[in-house]
Design a protein around this ligand. Structure first.
Ligand SMILES: Cc1ncc(COP(=O)(O)O)c(C=O)c1O
Length: 374
């Protein structure tokens, strides 16, 4: 059945990691893309205060929507109305909303392979059809305008991710503009997942809205804002699409957590603290980029953003899942198998998440060095 979806194998790795930890082993968690830091201090202080003073009913914060609109203007020079934001429990429901409100069952949705596991699986769960475009190191694992132009017949939709998971690569402005032009010409609706914005080590990522004002943008507080468990995100919909998306959100999800909305509003003004996390990730990224080639992992597209390195281990294994399990058992370093991101080529890739402390990255490198060189 097209709606059959595969498990997220990194969860099995994580389960094993926790079992080993319970046996007393020292584990370094590089399998999930979640910051090890908590929410910004001021956001936490606000949450404490709100808990004592607010009934926390169903609620959509007008102040948060207005602040998000200002964020788009200041960051990308894009003018959007506060009403265009639909607040969600993270980017995951926002992606579901974007897909279900845009496409009928049977619609073909293009996406890069490798790509975030939930793109393929959410599309399938909605009985839409993933059209996976193989994207290798020569295109830095990213969709291109040329690849989109070559799909026959034209898909109804495309999911763009920049910076991407699992590779952290960014699509540069000229290519985003070319992708927008191809989509306009071929009638392809764009869903742009911008969840890793704010986390870049080269040029800042540009929003698809700068090039395609009718794109649907999905984002959240989980990554840059370090608020994974607060479950807060948004769908930024064009005015024409808004009512349809609202109808779905009212029926499927109602509102996002009120407490998180109060805290999220404050987090949007915590750049000083959050930039401190980015500096740690930048250091971790460089340590890994320096170390991995010494371990024989030379086929890597250096990540421009996010907090991942996707490494080719094809010279060592043809089963990334087993490889991750053995690596974890032998070294205590938990990584994600490429199989999660690419059902075809992913058996020869693993993904390292460097959203951990620099001390943990240094420790991981030592353990990996000993393991890879024996
Ligand atoms: C590319 C991408 N999009 C969306 C999500 C979902 O994030 P959340 O639902 O926590 O906002 C993730 C989570 O790792 C992701 O990597």
């Amino acid at each position: 059945m097209t709606s059959d979806i595969e498990p997220f194998h990194a969860i099995a790795i994580s389960r094993l990691a926790h079992a080993l930890k319970a046996e007393g082993r020292s584990i370094i968690h590089m399998e999930f893309g979640q910051p090890s830091t908590g929410a910004p201090a001021a956001a936490i202080a606000t949450a404490h205060h709100v808990l004592d003073s607010d009934g926390l009913g169903y609620w959509e914060s007008p102040a948060l929507k207005a602040r998000l609109a200002r964020h788009y203007l200041e960051t990308y020079g894009v003018t959007v109305a506060p009403e265009q934001f639909i607040l969600t429990c993270g980017a995951s429901p926002a992606l579901l909303l974007a897909l279900i409100s845009s496409f009928e069952p049977g619609a073909r949705i293009a996406m890069a392979r490798p790509g975030y596991v939930a793109y393929r699986n959410t599309v399938k769960a909605l009985r839409q059809i993933p059209v996976e475009i193989p994207c290798d190191a020569s295109v830095r694992f990213q969709l291109t305008a040329a690849a989109l132009a070559a799909i026959e017949p034209a898909p109804e939709g495309v999911i763009i991710a920049s910076p991407a998971n699992p590779t952290g690569t960014i699509i540069e402005a000229g290519e985003l503009e070319a992708i927008a032009a191809v989509c306009r010409a071929r009638g392809i609706r764009i869903i742009s997942d911008e969840i890793y914005h704010g986390l870049s080590y080269v040029e800042p990522a540009r929003s698809m809205l700068e090039f395609a004002p009718d794109a649907l943008v999905v984002s959240s507080f989980s990554k840059y804002f370090s608020m994974v468990g607060w479950r807060l995100g948004w769908l930024l919909a064009s005015p024409e699409h808004l009512e349809k998306a609202r109808t779905y959100v009212g029926n499927l999800f109602l509102t996002a957590p009120s407490l998180s909305q109060h805290a999220g509003l404050v987090a949007l003004d915590c750049d000083d603290e959050l930039q401190g996390h980015v500096a740690v990730y930048a250091r971790n990224r460089q340590l890994l980029l320096d170390a991995l080639p010494r371990l024989g992992l030379t086929s890597i597209a250096p990540p421009d953003g996010a907090f991942y390195i996707y490494a080719d281990i094809g010279h060592l294994t043809d089963n990334s899942l087993e490889f991750c399990q053995t690596l974890l058992r032998d070294t205590g370093v938990a990584t994600a198998p490429g199989l999660d991101f690419d059902p075809v080529e992913g058996l020869r890739f693993i993904r390292f998440s460097f959203a951990v402390s620099t001390a943990e990255v240094e420790d991981a490198i030592e353990r990996l060095a000993a393991w890879f060189t024996t």
